[in-house]
Write a protein that binds this ligand. Structure first.
Ligand SMILES: Nc1ncnc2c1ncn2[C@@H]1O[C@H](COP(=O)(O)OP(=O)(O)OP(=O)(O)O)[C@@H](O)[C@H]1O
Ligand SMILES: [Mg+2]
Length: 325
């Protein structure tokens, strides 16, 4: 038995493909009972990490423990305690949702009656009752993913690995999958979820490990990660281009560590601030005293994209997250 107390633990895990080090001393510690996000861009080795931890891929060196068991020494026992949803859906298109779940149940040796019962339970839990007896071909992306999730928790695993469970889904489908994941965690499952979506990690994970080129480059709470880029920002959009210099001056008075950045085309001025409310109040008052019209003024929390940029020097694509005051 492992003694770490972590649901998932990786220490210095190495995996080479020829010359390429896909995992290059990968470290990870996932506390039980939470959603832990593994966040990284294309090719960062998220799938490789998940496959290594889920015993689908033998790693070269280092140590890993899942659900209290050593992954390299007891892969079979590990498999009885985990579930996995891969990057691409595994359900059969021709069968109905119910038939898929019953088939997986039989594959896991549940016996016909228990497989039927478990399928019915899961259809209920994942909100698929209405579509249960329709062919999966006609399911929406979100429904398919939920069915995939249901199939991976047939044996009620302690630890569930989800490899990019919402890639390709529209916002609604994504929301549905997040709801299902939250339900699982509320029932005691530990979830390790990989994602390229910074917003997703922020929304659903209570802890995030950032992975880049096979190595963990940060491990923190979503807020902790955001704070690393220097806290909040004030942003002012001037009403007239001619007012920009005055706006810059007003913003300079409250600037924290970073520079004051002025974008003439967008008529936008922004900078980091130490005390968000005081900064906002002061800038608003100064501009009002000087009778300078603004189109918009607000505070913005740094997005995880800003964090990624500051950690790795390269950017990933995401929408900035606006916070209104
Ligand atoms: N079987 C393999 N043989 C050789 N190289 C591989 C193999 N599998 C993965 N790689 C390489 O390892 C690196 C990590 O790949 P991996 O699929 O784990 O990344 P990922 O973070 O899951 O990316 P994505 O976001 O695109 O799913 C990539 O450079 C990939 O080309
Ligand atoms: Mg992948």
């Amino acid at each position: 038995m492992g003694t770490s107390g972590y649901a998932v633990l990786a220490e210095g895990v190495m995996k080479r493909y020829g010359e390429k080090r896909a995992l290059d001393g990968f470290d990870l510690a996932v506390r039980p009972g939470i959603v832990h996000g593994l966040l990284g861009p294309n090719g960062a080795s998220k799938t490789t990490a998940v496959r290594a931890l889920a015993t689908l891929l033998r790693f070269d060196s280092g140590r890993a423990e899942v659900a209290g068991l050593d992954v390299a020494r007891e892969p079979r026992r590990v498999r009885t305690r985990i579930g996995l949803t891969g990057q691409y859906a595994a359900v059969d298109e021709i069968l109905t949702g119910r038939q898929n779940l019953e088939m997986f149940g039989r594959l896991f040796h549940l016996g016909a009656a228990r497989a039927r019962r478990r399928a019915a339970e899961l259809l209920e839990q994942f909100d698929l009752c209405d579509a249960a007896d329709r062919g999966v071909k006609g399911y929406s992306g979100g429904m398919r993913r939920r069915l995939d999730l249901a199939a991976s928790v047939i044996l009620a695993p302690q630890v569930l690995f989800l490899d990019e469970p919402t890639t390709g889904l529209d916002p609604r489908g994504r929301g549905e999958v997040w709801d299902s994941v939250r339900t699982l965690v509320a029932d005691g499952t530990t979830v390790l979820l990989t994602t390229q979506y910074l917003e997703e990690a922020d929304r659903i994970a209570s802890r995030i490990t950032v992975i880049d080129r096979g190595r963990a480059i940060a491990d923190d709470t979503p807020d902790g990660l955001k704070n690393r880029v220097g806290g909040d920002r004030i942003e002012v959009v001037a009403g007239e281009t001619a007012d920009l210099p005055a706006v810059v001056k007003a913003v300079e008075r409250v600037a924290g560590a970073g520079p004051v950045v002025s974008d003439e085309v967008a008529r936008r001025v922004h900078t980091q601030v130490a005390d968000r409310v005081a900064a906002l109040t002061e800038v608003a008052r100064t501009l009002q005293d000087e009778r300078i019209g603004v189109e918009d003024i607000g505070l913005r929390r740094p997005s995880l994209d800003d964090v990624f940029l500051s950690l790795t020097g390269h950017r990933t694509e995401t929408l900035d997250e606006e916070v209104t005051v």
